[in-house]
Design a protein around this ligand. Structure first.
Ligand code: HEC
Ligand code: HEC
Length: 249
């Protein structure tokens, strides 16, 4: 018990060090004030549940971005379009400290983020679609409309690697859980459209035993393929971004 204050203190310090970036400087003031206009294209009126999810996401946005697009080149992962069941799982394991995440620890405590909030924010984020191509604008679209729409376009840059080999290994070893086109399935996460360096960091954590991957733990699939295969898979995943998501859901 004696150790607790020290633990809390060190958590606090770590949290302070990883404090969220104050403001995205590139965004014009008007865009900051108009989150409603930038909400995921919803033809229907937002439900109470959606409003709640959007409100909770206001806290997450400081790090993960207003549309869940992530930030700082993958230091903060993308959450938009991720499987809802997976998001809920991860938030619960951050809260239970089964997955260690110091920056997020204070935000995931029961008092800050009860189960019903996890539910709402996960469904909200999972429903956000980020296009991989700029939209076609109408002549009548003004500059702000264009800017906001362009802000949501998300393309992960290609990475070095042997795409053919990446495809071969991925379609043999990973597709069963992460889906043919990398969109995930059930509670298995989407990998396509996620920052490559974030994915690499997770693979490293799995290999070091800091985060369990599949049910086989440290003898699972990631431990049985080479480092080059991993790199090639990351390269291959960046080539799948334009493929429609029909298969995934
Ligand atoms: C202070 C910054 C910060 C805030 C605020 C924050 N996060 Fe995070 N979050 C992170 C970091 C950093 C990671 C990546 C941790 C890692 O590398 O393992 C992360 C990871 C995640 C993941 C795991 C993603 C994956 O692909 O496995 C989820 C889910 C998540 N955050 C949801 C949220 C939600 C929901 C909120 C708001 C309630 C939130 N975060 C608030 C910093 C933050
Ligand atoms: C048996 C099912 C299964 C297979 C096969 C599998 N994975 Fe996973 N993968 C998972 C699960 C489950 C998670 C989430 C683990 C957790 O809860 O932390 C995951 C998470 C990941 C993540 C982290 C995603 C994130 O957003 O943090 C990466 C990266 C990953 N897998 C890569 C791979 C690669 C590459 C392969 C093939 C070589 C592969 N996986 C094969 C089940 C699988």
């Amino acid at each position: 018990m004696r150790a607790l204050p020290i633990l809390l203190l060190s958590l606090f310090c770590a949290g302070a060090l990883a404090a969220p970036p104050k403001k995205a400087p590139a965004r014009p003031a008007a865009a900051q004030e108009a989150p409603a206009a930038a909400a995921p294209a919803a033809a229907h009126a937002p439900s109470a549940e959606e409003d709640k999810g959007r409100e909770i996401n206001g806290v997450c946005a400081a790090c993960h971005g207003e549309f869940g697009q992530g930030g700082k080149r993958g230091e903060y992962p993308r959450l938009a379009g991720q499987r809802a069941a997976y998001l809920k799982d991860q938030l619960k394991s951050f809260r239970a400290r089964k997955r260690i995440n110091l920056p997020m620890y204070p935000y995931t405590q029961e008092r800050e983020l009860p189960d019903e909030d996890i539910e709402a924010v996960s469904e909200f984020l999972a429903a956000i679609q980020l296009p991989t191509k700029p939209p076609e604008f109408k002549d009548s679209d003004d500059a702000l409309t264009r800017l906001l729409a362009m802000d949501k376009v998300m393309i992960i840059p290609r990475v070095e690697g042997d795409i053919e080999n990446g495809k071969k290994v991925y379609q043999k070893e990973c597709f069963a859980c992460h889906g043919r086109t990398g969109r995930g399935r059930g509670k298995f996460p989407m990998l396509v459209g996620q920052y490559s360096n974030y994915l690499k960091k997770q693979v490293d954590a799995y290999l070091k035993g800091e985060r369990p991957h599949d049910e086989e733990g440290t003898t699972g699939i990631l431990n049985r393929i080479t480092e080059k295969d991993i790199q090639d898979i990351l390269a291959y995943l960046t080539t799948l971004q334009d493929i429609e998501t029909a298969e995934a859901k």
